[in-house]
Design a protein around this ligand. Structure first.
Ligand code: NDP
Length: 284
């Protein structure tokens, strides 16, 4: 029987624990605070930002919203970030991407204090992840690791194959698995004979962005499949990067899409914010 790894359930359990932590901090006089900065009118970004604000409210995190017009100058945005860096009520700063074309994204991300970088994209935090001493870890890959942990899957000595090498998912999740003592193979569009490499995996993590590209018959019998991909097929249907029905016959455990990794991303943003609030005193 293949276990379906229920991301909604794991996320709900974690959010309950995060809310308890936030309440404890609040009763000690520290209300965790997240600043959310949105520049422009991109409809998908507006939806993400409102989901984040709602999740903050439910967890007892103070959310400080900054919705700026699309023509906001880079200098004004950098000045806002500087103010938020100094604001003691704020434990995390999130700048919703993408930014309008006239703004240099890396300049903005690097202006965020690494000690409030709850997205984990600042080069300082990337460096700490690489050297095995992480401070903030990026939310989607960190969510993948929490799912494995909550499901009781130990990575030590296992063959992990990651498909996709983006800075936001593939590369960081590979480093996180390495830190858990897995033997990690990182694949991408130039990888030769992907089915053969995937077939080696005890744990497969797919983050490609191509609907059902990884076929069930490629998988090793009994492997664990974490599907980060979210691909729209037709008007309403969402599917992952892995052929779920085919994979179900071979995998011992698999995440569904939707309802797998998706709900973990915002959960980890809340988690990082509350962890940051616990360190508020050390930032002074
Ligand atoms: P990117 O487009 O940045 O990266 C995709 C990666 O897949 C690249 O490294 C690319 O290789 C590789 N790739 C593309 N085609 C192939 C192929 N035929 N064979 C092997 N590798 C291939 O994507 P992201 O990492 O940003 O996102 C990946 C997926 O995860 C998307 O579906 C996205 O929607 C989803 N996602 C889900 C989140 C969630 O919250 N659940 C959050 C973030 C992303 P190369 O580098 O050589 O071009």
């Amino acid at each position: 029987m293949t276990q379906i790894i229920d991301g909604k359930e794991i996320a709900a359990r974690m959010r309950h624990e995060i809310a308890e932590d936030a309440a404890r901090l609040k009763s000690g006089g520290t209300t965790p605070g997240l600043a959310v900065v949105l520049v422009g009118e991109d409809p998908a970004s507006r939806v993400y930002v409102s989901m984040k604000e709602k999740a903050c409210a439910e967890a007892g995190i103070f959310s400080d919203e900054h919705k700026l017009p699309a023509q906001t100058s880079q200098a004004d945005l950098l000045a806002l970030i500087e103010r938020l860096n100094r604001d003691e009520r704020i434990d995390g700063i999130l700048v919703q991407l993408p930014l309008p074309d006239h703004i240099d994204e890396s300049k903005v991300l690097e202006a965020i204090s690494p000690h409030k970088d709850v997205d984990g994209f600042h080069p300082y935090n990337v460096g700490r992840l690489v050297t095995g001493n992480p401070l903030f870890q990026p939310c989607t890959p960190y969510g993948v690791m929490k799912m494995l942990e909550y499901t009781g899957i130990d990575l030590s000595g296992k063959e992990v194959v990651v498909v996709g090498r983006s800075n936001i998912v593939g590369k960081p999740v590979a480093l996180m698995c390495l830190a858990k003592h897995a033997t990690v193979t990182l694949c991408h569009s130039r990888t030769r004979d992907l089915p053969q490499v995937v077939g080696r995996a005890d744990v497969l993590i797919a983050a490609v962005g191509r609907a059902e590209m990884i076929r069930g018959e490629w998988l090793k019998e009994g492997s664990v499949v974490i599907d980060v991909g979210v691909n729209r097929v037709g008007e309403k249907k969402l599917v992952g990067d892995v052929d779920f029905e085919g994979a179900k016959g071979r995998a011992s455990a698999i995440t569904p899409v939707p309802g797998g990794v998706g709900p973990m991303t915002i959960t980890m943003l809340l988690y990082n914010t509350v962890e940051s609030a616990k360190r508020r005193g050390e930032r002074r």
